[in-house]
Structures are given as structure tokens and as C-alpha cells.
Ligand binder design. Structure first.
Ligand SMILES: [Zn+2]
Length: 236
């Protein structure tokens, strides 16, 4: 596969590097709700999304969970683990359906040793994940739920690389992703609906006005946009 497949890490490789890496790769559907990995799984494959979004879920001792990160076409699910401990530490669930390339972890390790392009692309993806994690911590501590929800919806839409604006999201799922109680997320969704930014009924959320939703998003959206542009400009 010499042409760019649409994943930011793979797209930065030289055509010969990409062809070699993807020789045994398999195209796979990312099916909504599918669990791709769980803690303690041995990492044999890395999943590079082309469209769709994978949520990285952290769980506590009571079985409560929250979103700890998101993997879209800018990254590869389980890539740091494939190059490091070889063991998954989180759960990965498909949040928005799409498709991905599944590549052997051993092939990623080989290319990591050989290719400065691959190392630079990986460094940028990991740096952005760290930046995003720090910003999320700040966001949870200081920003209002409706503003956080607006940002979260916009980021999923951007990342999913899909044209449709209808998302299937239960209130329970959104509450878990934002680490708040369900009535709190319900009030936030209603406020966004009243503003005319979204339509939300029976677990289906439709983006009505992106510009209105942008006006509700917390300042983390602009901060992350700037940081994303800086990090990925340097690595490309
Ligand atoms: Zn925020």
C-alpha cells in the first residue's frame, strides 16, 4: 500500500516503509460498541483507525469507568504498548464506527528500530495524547459540564472522519465519558438542545449547528487546536 491510507502515522512513512509495514496488514471494520482490548491482554496487533473513534476506558475497583483517552486517525491503538511492555493496560471500545488497519505488533517493533520517520510520527502522536490528557484533567476540574459536553461532541465528530452528523450516544455513555452523574449530563444535553446546537432524542444525537455548538465549547477546544497544529506541523 504505497498510497496514503488516511491515518496520520502511516501517512508520514515513506512509501517503501509503508508498503513493508502493511504487507500483512488486514483491513477491519470498527463496529460500534465492540471491545478491541482489555487490561492484561497480550498485544499482538496495533489498530490504526482510518475512520471512526476508539475510546480508551479506565475502570476503578467498583467497575465504574471513565474515558481516559481517545484514538482516532491521528494515532494507533496499542502502539505504545506494542513498543513497550507488550501488555494492554486499559479497555479499548469502538465509540464511532469506521474502519482501521490491523498491523502485527512485531512489524511495528521492526519499523520502530529502522525508521526515523516512524519514530517522529509516534512521538508526535504520544505527545498529543499527553497534552490532551493534561488538558482533560484541567477541564474536569474547572469547566462546566455543558461546555465540556459541547467540546466532547465536537471533538468526536472531528476525529471520526465521517460525513454524517448523527451520533448514537446514550446518556449513560456520555455521563461515563465525562465522569459525571446521568442527571447532570441530561441537563447539559437539554441546555445544548434548547440553544439549537443539537437535537437529542432516544439516544440519538444530531448535530444541528456546529457554529452554535462551538460557541458553547469550553476554552480547551481552542487550546487543543493550537497545540495539535504545533505538534503535528513539527512532525510532518
Ligand atoms: Zn475544558
Amino acid at each position: 500500500m504505497a498510497e496514503r491510507p488516511g491515518n496520520q502515522i502511516l501517512d508520514q512513512l515513506l512509501p517503501a516503509e509503508r508498503e513493508h509495514l502493511l504487507k500483512g496488514a488486514k483491513k477491519m471494520d470498527l463496529v460500534l460498541g465492540e471491545v478491541l482490548h482489555r487490561p492484561e491482554d497480550k498485544v499482538d496487533y496495533v489498530i490504526f483507525p482510518l475512520r471512526g473513534v476508539i475510546s480508551i476506558i479506565a475502570e476503578n475497583e467498583l467497575g465504574e469507568y471513565a474515558e481516559a483517552g481517545v484514538i482516532g486517525r491521528e494515532a494507533g491503538a496499542l502502539l505504545p504498548e506494542a513498543l513497550g511492555s507488550g501488555v494492554a493496560m486499559t479497555t479499548g471500545v469502538v465509540q464511532f464506527a469506521g474502519e482501521a488497519l490491523k498491523v502485527r505488533a512485531s512489524e511495528c517493533r521492526r519499523l520502530y528500530a529502522e525508521s526515523a520517520n516512524f519514530r517522529a510520527a509516534l512521538a508526535a502522536a504520544v505527545e498529543f495524547q499527553l497534552v490532551e490528557g493534561r488538558q482533560s484533567l484541567l477541564c474536569r476540574s474547572f469547566h462546566k459540564v455543558e461546555n465540556r459536553l459541547a467540546r466532547w461532541i465536537l471533538e468526536q465528530v472531528d476525529r471520526s472522519n465521517r460525513d454524517d452528523t448523527e451520533l448514537v450516544l446514550t446518556q449513560e455513555f456520555m455521563a461515563s465519558m465525562l465522569a459525571v452523574h446521568r442527571p447532570t449530563v441530561s441537563r447539559a444535553a437539554k441546555a445544548l438542545q434548547h440553544s439549537g446546537a443539537i437535537d437529542y432524542r432516544r439516544g440519538r444525537l444530531t448535530l444541528v449547528s456546529k457554529s452554535k455548538l462551538e460557541s458553547y465549547a469550553c476554552p480547551c477546544r481552542a487550546t487543543l487546536h493550537e497545540q495539535r497544529a504545533r505538534i503535528f506541523a513539527r512532525s510532518s
